[in-house]
Design a protein around this ligand. Structure first.
Ligand SMILES: Cc1ncc(COP(=O)(O)O)c(C=O)c1O
Length: 447
């Protein structure tokens, strides 16, 4: 069997770490072991037991305060009062589903559609990013009459049969669908092509040709527009254009998975694809959409969606319910009122400037890249050869935890720190993060 990396297994607690835990933590990990399915992975050798959150901060059961540099779900800030009030108000009144009339879903949709290009003019709602991508794949199949889906080599798109079959990040234990093809990620740091967009479009064409050679009709390209699990690869603005052209020339659809970069995270625009000036056929949304309330969505061009919805009904019991819509509406409002897109651009840029200064002092820092408040911080053992240093990345993550800074790793080699705080992250928080990183990298270097 081909070995693929299992990014979800890195930075995770294992049974052999249990003896070092304090009694309270040990009792919780033991109970999890007894009660929960084994597929769950806990972060850190010494797992964190969180009991409270506010803005960009979290507190553990012992009262210790942490800086959250990882959570993009509580995107506008943990326990944001606007979301709490909206959910409370709607929950106190009514919660039903999409088979009854209700204004909330219509008002929210009208508002949400103002954030995307005019050609994208229909919405559907679910509860998770997996469900959104699952439906997107079904739409791609209905539209194209094909079944072939292309994703990147370390992509993660979800938990369902269709999406896990298009999620190589789940590792070699999870079979990919025979109709899935992988393209290398457009990694500006490691790919030496003068025109990254043209190079990547060629890689996509190669896979479409390979499908044809195997009797598989191409249905679509499904990509996270900031390539989070591939190592956070924002790439130059506009480089996705040739990929879109290749996809259309071959009769498929372009699905922009905005579960990670969406809702102003990348700062330059409201959506990750917006950085590239492209109009995808389908856009899938999730994580930050309800700031913790499980709500996800799919936006599409009406004619593309019609290929599916004219023939097949869709009902998702909780998707689009008034309480979820109230939470999602509050998130949109806060993004505007608190000017979070501008904030993300400004603070993210400042953070990367500071991280770049850190790179001047620590040879183990190979690359610092990102957009808005989404940064990849790549660690290497040899700068010239760009040799990935996964062991160092894991050591850094564990040591940052001791500094009460929470983050994790990404990328095919597990050597990229994924710095993705709630958008509530402030300029004042940069010192805590960068100071801790400086301390930890210095300690690792003299080890
Ligand atoms: C890019 C991307 N797509 C889809 C998903 C699946 O979302 P969910 O866990 O809400 O099903 C994830 C989750 O991590 C993701 O990162």
């Amino acid at each position: 069997m081909a070995t693929r990396s299992t990014i979800m297994d890195t930075n995770s607690f294992r049974a052999e770490h249990a003896d070092a835990l304090d009694a309270r933590t040990r009792s919780l990990t033991d109970r999890r072991g007894q009660l929960l399915g084994e597929s769950y992975r806990l972060f850190y050798r010494n797992p964190v037991h969180l009991v409270r959150g506010e803005g960009q901060y979290l507190w553990d059961a012992a009262g210790e305060k942490y800086l959250d540099v990882y959570n993009n779900v509580a995107s506008i800030g943990h326990c944001h009062p606007a979301v709490i009030a909206a959910v409370h108000e709607q929950m106190s009144q009514l919660n039903t589903h999409t088979r009854y009339l209700h204004e909330r879903i219509l008002d929210y949709t009208a508002d949400l559609l103002t954030t995307v290009p005019d050609a994208i003019n229909k919405a559907m709602y679910m509860c998770t990013g997996s469900e959104a991508n699952d439906l997107a794949i079904r739409i791609a199949k209905a539209w194209s009459g094909g079944s072939g889906i292309i994703v990147t080599q370390e992509a993660y798109h979800g938990t369902s049969e269709l999406t896990s079959g298009a999620s190589p990040a789940l590792g070699s234990g999870q079979p990919l669908a025979p109709t899935t093809r992988l393209v290398p990620p457009p990694d500006r740091y490691r790919v030496d092509a003068p025109d990254l967009g043209a190079w990547w479009a060629q890689e996509i064409q190669k896979q479409i040709d390979d499908m044809a050679a195997h009797g598989i009709k191409f249905a679509g390209l499904l990509v996270d527009s900031i390539f989070s699990s591939d190592g956070v690869l924002p790439g130059p603005q506009g480089f996705l254009k040739p990929a879109l052209e290749v996809v259309h020339a071959n009769g498929g659809i372009f699905i922009a998975d905005e579960v990670q970069p969406g809702f102003t995270r990348t700062g330059d625009s409201f959506w990750g694809f917006g950085r590239h000036g492209i109009v995808p056929d389908v856009v899938t949304l999730g994580k930050p959409m309800g700031n913790g309330i499980p709500v996800s969505g799919l936006l599409a061009k009406a004619n593309v969606l019609a290929a599916f919805s004219d023939d097949i009904p869709y009902f998702n019991t909780f998707g689009g319910n008034p309480v979820s819509m109230a939470a999602a509406q509050a998130v949109l409002q806060v993004i505007r009122e608190e000017k979070l897109q501008e904030h993300s651009l400004k603070v993210g840029g400042q953070l990367r400037n500071e991280l770049a200064l850190l790179a001047d002092r620590h040879p183990s820092v190979g690359d610092v890249r990102g957009a808005g408040l989404f940064t990849g911080f790549e660690l290497v053992s040899d700068r010239e050869n760009k040799t990935p240093d996964k062991a160092l990345a894991l050591d850094v993550i564990e040591r940052l935890r001791a500094e009460r800074v929470l983050t994790s790793v990404a990328g095919p080699y597990g050597n990229v720190l994924k710095l993705r705080p709630p958008l509530a992250f402030q300029v004042e928080d940069i010192d805590w993060l960068v100071g801790s990183l400086d301390k930890v990298l210095t300690a690792c270097a003299v080890k």
